[in-house]
Design a protein around this ligand. Structure first.
Ligand code: COA
Ligand code: AMP
Length: 628
């Protein structure tokens, strides 16, 4: 562990030296003189006196360096039968014109732009155009419905919304435009204009405030990059917390560019001339960091894939993309590999002779179970590298840093803490847990560059949610342990956040929807294990007294509730099972015993808390909860 150990140690003991050196990988319009502003703990700011433009670093600098004709982005869309390539010069030009169009619509430095789009190149163009103007984008995943979109619009208060008229799923076309209109009807904030990219599969009906993408860019002047403070926000990405209200994770410009550039070389071992494919969605953090920003910052080619790992057309879809575009590094969620393995258990569709370009498969978004790891490692014959992180950090907290030193892999572990992250496993009293003992995973402050400096407009919630449980540390919300060799094992969330097919969702948000039904007196949503998706939500409701035999027959209510969550939060919630029960198990102080319910549902025998109000309620529920 020579190179890794030394670098890790230096990154923590002399962090300013470390990040000053890393900052040399980025073009600045004003070089950082000061590296870390630690004057106002627990708030920290990286590169407080520097200025740069992120879009310049992602596009223009490569054109200026003579790499304008190199491919920057490959759009591969089996669902529309399209493959389109953009050189750095072409992408820069499209971005500059769309930035000009946004400026004409009144968008300037610091203004927010909500982006609600399918996996099309224009989504990347819109993000980078915001970066070019110093505006702040907030991308909302296309699988979310009106309630989630409205909550984000009200919090971000965008000047403009950019949307596609539709998304194309394997089995159906999802019309985004009516979902956007419903969200805007529900939201209190009114954006000035909506730019709609009309897709031929389902063009949207336009309202007064709408302008098509084509009209918006017609005659627009190309905009130059606007230098911004390194500490200015680049984007806000909302993520699920314990309550139904999403958290606006803020990403700054300078720390983000430095950290992602460092990560490409030192973790992913990937640089200019390489082809990087993150099979995620621009609506998630993996898409922000490793479809859009990091590969382009590094001068690599990025692949934007619109489709699923299976069924578009079959379980060989991923390997076809690797072959066609010479992908060197693939990044995907374990659930995608589980879906492929289910359809192609022997890996017959993997043709190693034609996927030779592949050097490594990186996996994140949820726990990489050892079976999935073994299958991928054996069938692909390349290192399979688990890496653990979250929307809040923006880049891996633990991984095998392959560019620095490839660590031996231990299945079930995302290997070791990444330089810059002082990761600890602590017991409830805040002391370090001995190796082998599970506890809460925290990161000692300051978090390295690239991580959230705060929550959008809500310093108080930032401190309350992340920095209060163990003062001086950031609470990740995950539990786990270190082993004797310093490898971290991440075992799962310690809160009510769940991870469904690599999508982070809040059970609290689903409970809010269930509780809004007129027949529901009480409800709970828990995440239970699922072979394919890792976890899926299950809902349990108690009906209001007297309604059971009247207009609200339990079966009807359950079906209505499933539909309601689908309509309000979106199909991505994957809530397929809601059961009507007589009562929910609680403590004497009225807290629902979620953990106990989860344990029984997953087939584990959790100890029943001594504070249980009525053990008979739990006994009655066991049959319903147990896996069939
Ligand atoms: N727009 C609209 N609807 C969407 C959507 C989007 N962008 N993404 C998903 N949905 C819908 C799906 O169509 C599906 O609808 P359905 O209930 O009508 O079938 C529903 O939301 C659930 O989607 P999903 O969870 O993706 O399940 P699936 O059965 O369609 O596919 C997998 C299963 C495993 C193939 C798929 O989830 C997958 O590829 N996951 C990887 C996720 C990932 O990359 N995460 C990023 C972290 S790295
Ligand atoms: P998100 O913010 O959507 O990236 O989700 C972050 C959460 O996903 C983490 O807090 C973990 O619970 C889980 N997660 C992500 N990657 C991993 C991993 N490699 N191993 C275990 N859990 C992971």
């Amino acid at each position: 562990m020579g190179a890794y150990r030394d670098t890790y140690h230096r990154s923590l003991t002399d962090s300013e030296w470390f990040w000053r050196a890393a900052a040399a990988g980025v073009d600045w319009t004003r070089m950082p003189m000061r590296i870390l502003d630690a004057d106002r703990p627990p708030f920290f700011r990286w590169f407080p006196d520097a200025e740069l433009n992120t879009c310049h670093n992602a596009l223009d600098r490569h054109v200026h360096a003579g790499r304008g004709e190199t491919t920057a982005l490959v759009y591969d869309s089996p669902v529309t039968g399209t493959v389109r390539r953009y050189t750095f010069r072409e992408l820069r030009d499209e971005v500059a014109v769309f930035a000009g169009a946004l400026r004409r619509l009144g968008v300037g430095r610091g203004d927010r732009v909500v982006i609600y789009m399918a996996m099309v190149p224009e989504a990347v163009v819109a993000m980078l155009a915001c970066a070019r103007l110093g505006a702040v984008h907030s991308v909302v995943f296309g699988g979310f419905g009106p309630k989630e979109l409205a909550a984000r619009i009200d919090d971000a208060r965008p000047k403009v919304v950019v949307a596609t008229s539709c998304g194309i799923e394997a089995s159906r076309i999802v019309r985004y435009k009516p979902l956007l209109d419903a969200a805007l009807d529900e939201a209190e904030h009114r954006p000035g204009r909506c730019v709609i990219l009309q897709r031929e599969q389902a063009p949207g009906e336009l309202r007064d405030r709408d302008v098509t993408w084509a009209d918006a860019v017609a005659g627009a002047m190309a905009a130059q990059c606007v230098p911004v403070a390194a500490t200015d926000p680049l984007y806000v990405l909302y993520t699920s917390g314990t309550t139904g209200r999403p958290k606006g994770i803020v990403r700054d410009n300078g720390g983000h560019a430095v950290a992602l550039t460092w990560s490409m070389a030192n973790i992913f071992d990937c640089g200019a001339g390489d082809v990087f494919w993150a099979a995620s969605d621009v609506g998630w953090v993996v898409g922000h960091s490793y479809i859009v920003y990091a590969p382009l910052l590094a001068g690599a080619t990025t692949v934007l894939y619109e489709g699923k790992p299976v069924g578009t057309p079959d379980a060989g879809a991923f390997w076809r993309v690797v072959r066609d575009h010479g992908v060197n590094v693939l990044f995907a969620a374990p659930t995608a590999i589980r879906a492929i393995r289910k359809e192609d258990p022997d890996g017959a569709r993997i043709d190693r002779a034609r996927t030779k370009s592949l050097r490594a498969l990186f996996m994140a978004g949820e726990r990489l179970d050892p079976q999935t790891y073994e299958w991928a490692a054996q069938r692909l014959g390349v290192p399979v590298v688990d890496n653990w992180w979250q929307t809040e950090t923006g880049w891996p907290i633990a991984a095998s840093p392959r560019g620095l030193e490839a660590m031996p892999i231990k299945p079930g572990s995302p290997s070791v803490p990444v330089p810059g992250f002082d990761v600890r496993v602590v017991l409830p009293d805040g002391s370090d847990a001995p190796a082998g003992t599970e506890g809460s995973i925290v990161i000692r402050l300051p978090l390295p560059p690239g991580c959230l400096p705060t929550l959008w407009g809500d310093d108080e919630r930032f401190v309350g949610s992340y920095l209060s449980a163990f003062p001086g540390s950031y609470l990740t919300g995950d539990g786990g342990r270190f082993d004797e060799d310093g490898y971290l094992f991440v075992m799962g969330r310690t809160d009510d956040v769940i991870n469904v097919a690599g999508h982070r969702l809040s059970t609290g948000a689903m409970e809010e929807v269930l509780a809004s039904h007129h027949a529901v007196a009480e409800c709970v949503v828990i995440g239970v294990e699922d072979e394919l998706k890792g976890q899926v939500p299950r809902g349990f409701v108690v009906l209001k007294a007297g309604l059971e035999h009247q207009e609200a027959a339990p079966g009807t209510v359950a079906a209505e509730l499933v539909q309601l969550v689908r309509e309000r939060i979106g199909a991505v919630a994957s809530l397929r099972s809601v059961q009507v029960v007589a009562a929910l198990p609680k403590t004497r102080s009225g807290k629902i015993l979620r953990r106990t319910m989860r344990g029984i549902a997953d087939g584990r025998e959790e100890p029943v808390p001594s504070t249980i109000e009525d053990p008979a309620v739990l006994d009655a529920l066991r049959q319903v909860l147990r896996p069939s």
